[in-house]
Design a protein around this ligand. Sequence first.
Ligand SMILES: [Zn+2]
Length: 165
Amino acid sequence: MGKVLVLNASYEPLNITSWRRAVVLLIKGKAEQVEHNGKYVYSGFPLPTVIRLRHYVRVPYKEIPLTRKNLLHRDSHSCQYCGYSGDDLTLDHVIPRSRGGGDSWENIVTACVRCNVKKGSRTPKEANMPLQYQPRKPYSSLYFEVTKHVKNGVNQEWRKYVIGI
Ligand SMILES: [Zn+2]
């Protein structure tokens, strides 16, 4: 029956849960329905796809490991200089390591081999190769989960609750 996106009282995505758990939260009055997909659990009770908690829940930030896989996902498996998307993608230090650039979400982007070689040990400005997006740290590990769902073509109605998809 599908997964349900749970929003905090502030409308920020909080987690992904099963439709059963979501229905329990709705019945108990702990959450309100925000979106449904037109199907019904039973007459008069639409199956939720997005719910929102009535009370704000504080969540600690969970670090997302800076890995090749996660960087590729953040950059939608496409070169951040020319937009190429394919198999032979590399990671590029925006400010080259030789120039003091570090390993961080803000300084590593996905690049195709061609752009990586062309840019060499220059900054994007020096190489006249502007980045398509300013690289940044993902908001949360939930953000990663949600973007995967949306990119796989399911739960399109989640899109408007997550910034930057
Ligand atoms: Zn490229």
